[in-house]
Design a protein. Structure first.
Length: 338
């Protein structure tokens, strides 16, 4: 993924105020807007300028971008270098729905037909592009067009990471969200808030948890917007999750795989169950435990146990003799033969 140095694109310092960002954007927009520019690469440059302003012109996106950018700049990265944000980097960042580029954002967000670059979408997702307040979810229009009419506050979004066990049992969690504000000098400064959140039993990857009234305050007595928490599960080597189905490794001995039999398994919901390994099983075989995946009111997911044959070492003379006898018992066995 090609790193985008948005400060370099706008030609501003990393300590630039929000007013400096706005001035730089307007200057470049006048230069590269395809309706007026004579530059051969005007559409491409305008798309880059719009994207840079979408991020740096919004305090929340800029604060999140600076987190990833700091690592890239420390490694000497420049625009075009391959950079990948670490997994889960954006968990806990809070974004409002506005913050789209001003002025010339209209139809020139991507010179090659794409709205934003891969780098932008990896960081913020297409839903984070913003597009100005009017028409966004939550309805920010003024009743009757009056200057003093009530307006509903913007909705906010944040990504949170949970343990799989939270989905099985439900939980009460203290969630700290990172945001940003502009100080009196026009510079972006970080801010945090902590909320108590009820995690419903059965929540799944990508599900939104809505916290009513936790978005931006309303204007002129209008209601506050809502906060939507997008659920993701923390990476865990024990499990793979697809929808409500969960897959976990089940290590078995060579004799359990060959002869079959019952084995004890600890499931993600904390229970211990006995499952039967069919005789002649090989590594990679899956055993299905119906309904033991992520819970649901109607159709819960399934738990799949993926067999992994654990081969013990041959250390003592007795162990070596046992493996030798096993080898001699299968003179024609060749696992590499097609």
């Amino acid at each position: 993924m090609e790193f985008k140095d948005y400060y370099q694109i706008l030609g501003v310092d990393k300590s630039a105020s929000q007013d400096d960002i706005k001035k730089a954007y307007r200057k470049l927009a006048r230069k590269y807007h395809p309706d007026v520019s004579k530059e051969a690469d005007a559409p491409k440059r305008m798309a880059e300028v719009n994207e840079a302003n979408t991020v740096l012109g919004d305090p929340e996106k800029r604060a999140a971008y600076d987190t990833v950018g700091a690592q890239a700049w420390a490694a000497g990265a420049r625009s075009g270098d391959d950079v990948r944000p670490p997994p889960g980097w954006n968990a806990g960042y809070e974004f409002s729905e506005g913050g789209g580029p001003e002025g010339f954002s209209g139809h020139f967000r991507g010179g090659d037909g794409a709205d934003f670059s891969e780098f932008f979408e990896q960081m913020f997702g297409r839903a984070r592009a913003g597009g100005g307040g009017a028409g966004a979810r939550g309805g920010h229009g003024r009743a009757g067009g009056g200057a003093q009419a009530q307006m509903r506050g913007e909705d906010h979004h944040a990504r949170i990471e949970l343990d799989l066990i939270d989905a099985y049992r439900g939980a009460e969690r203290s969630i700290t969200l990172r945001g940003a504000r502009v100080d009196e000098q026009g510079h972006v400064v970080p801010q945090e808030r902590t909320l108590q959140v009820s995690i419903p039993k059965g929540v799944k990857e990508g599900q939104m948890i809505r916290l009513a009234g936790q978005g931006s305050p309303g204007f002129n007595g209008g209601p506050a917007g809502d906060l939507f928490l997008e659920v993701h599960f923390q990476p865990d080597a024990r499990w793979r999750i697809e929808g409500r189905d969960v897959t976990q490794k089940l290590r078995v001995t060579p004799w359990e795989a060959a002869l079959g039999g019952g084995v004890q398994v600890n499931t993600p919901d904390g229970a211990t169950v006995e499952v039967t390994v069919p005789a002649g099983s090989g590594g990679g075989r899956k055993l299905r435990l119906k309904g033991r995946g992520i819970p649901a009111a109607k159709t819960p997911g399934d738990l799949y146990l993926e067999l992994e044959v654990a081969v013990p070492g041959a250390i003592t003379d007795e162990q070596k003799a046992a493996w030798t006898a096993l080898r001699d018992a299968y003179p024609g066995f060749d696992p590499r033969r097609a």
